[in-house]
Design a protein around this ligand. Structure first.
Ligand SMILES: Nc1ncnc2c1ncn2[C@@H]1O[C@H](COP(=O)(O)OP(=O)(O)O)[C@@H](O)[C@H]1O
Ligand SMILES: [Mg+2]
Length: 312
């Protein structure tokens, strides 16, 4: 199960009067590449991108210090990603894993995502093995615990979630394991979770906050997603999509960029149906273009006051 990817850590110690040029450092260049990719693939998220860059700088300097043989403890890398659904937490976790791997803090750039059900057993004695198995699967990489607060149920005195938290704490302290844990979920619930678990909180020094996207950012995200799949909105379609978003944002279960992705996929379905029903030869432009019709076909625009799902 464990992969044999070697950490990039160098053991050699530089002389006291040596110089280390980060602009010629291979690992530093890979980190810079990942940061550039993050900038390009994600619209907005300025504060998140800055936090990721800060953490990367901390680690680059820590690594440079080790190359000079300067002793200090390994930085604590456990993180919390607080934000609503579809705000980019999973995407950023994948990039963060690449950065940690490039700098030798984890052995593999993999992210193993779990939720409460993957960790907590139904019966007494089932929780510890389940949690340990999840940890073993994530070993050497990142363990991403989505909706982490479901581990903690204060109303239930002997909830097995508490056992998970205790096992995690032990693992998180263990430096040899090189396991990095990311706790993710809604900001308000994450805050309560950490204040109810101070032991855990003190081992999670890096907090990254993901804001909901603005309407303008969501339109930009749609443009990016559409272009990435070799499609484009024509002018009326973009107006229509903007109107769609205004409606969708007010609906329950609005999930930021994930709702945008779903809406784009549904528009593609409608485009395909429209094209097939044209019964004429199709040109490249036909195949690329999403029209207003493909957007206004959504049930969000129908006169039915209470449309059945799908509501995207
Ligand atoms: N800022 C953004 N720009 C472009 N696409 C984004 C952005 N944020 C999220 N996405 C896309 O939206 C989808 C959901 O993102 P994800 O990282 O899974 O969110 P979360 O984990 O917070 O629910 C993914 O397809 C992702 O690529
Ligand atoms: Mg996610």
């Amino acid at each position: 199960m464990t992969t044999v990817e070697e950490p990039a850590t160098e053991q050699l110690v530089l002389a006291d009067d040596a110089e280390l040029d980060l602009s010629h450092d291979e690992a530093a260049a890979r980190v810079e590449q990942t940061l550039a990719l993050l900038d390009a693939e994600l619209v907005g998220l300025g504060p998140v991108k800055r936090r990721v860059r800060e953490i990367a700088s901390l680690l680059l300097v820590d690594r440079a210090r080790r190359q000079f043989g300067l002793a200090s403890s390994r930085p604590t890398l456990h993180m919390s990603f607080a934000g609503g659904p579809g705000t980019g937490k999973t995407t950023v976790a994948l990039r963060m894993a690449e950065i940690l791997h490039a700098l030798g803090y984890i052995r593999t750039p993999r992210v193993h995502t779990v939720t409460r059900d993957d960790l907590v057993g139904q019966f007494i004695g089932h929780t510890a093995p389940k949690t340990k198995e999840a940890i073993a699967r994530a070993a050497g990489g990142v363990l991403f615990i989505d909706e982490a607060y479901y581990l903690f149920r204060p109303e239930n005195e002997r909830d097995y979630g508490q056992e998970v938290i205790e096992i995690l704490l032990t693992e998180m302290e263990n430096e040899r394991g090189s396991l990095v844990v990311v706790f993710a979920g809604y900001p308000d619930r994450m805050e309560k979770f950490f204040s109810a678990n101070p032991g855990l909180s003190s081992r999670v020094p890096h907090h990254v906050g993901f804001e909901d996207y603005t309407h303008g950012e969501l339109v930009e995200i749609a443009d990016l997603m559409v272009a990435a799949e070799n499609f484009r909105f024509d002018d009326e379609a973009r107006v229509a999509f903007s109107a769609y978003l205004t409606k969708r944002m007010e609906r329950p279960q609005f999930s930021n960029a994930r709702s945008v992705r779903n809406a784009v996929e549904r528009a593609r379905l409608r485009q395909a149906r429209r094209l097939v029903e044209l019964h004429r030869p199709l040109n490249r432009d036909d195949l690329i273009t999403l029209t207003a019709e493909d957007i206004y076909g959504s049930s969000l625009f129908s006169s039915d006051p209470d449309p059945e799902p799908p509501i995207e």
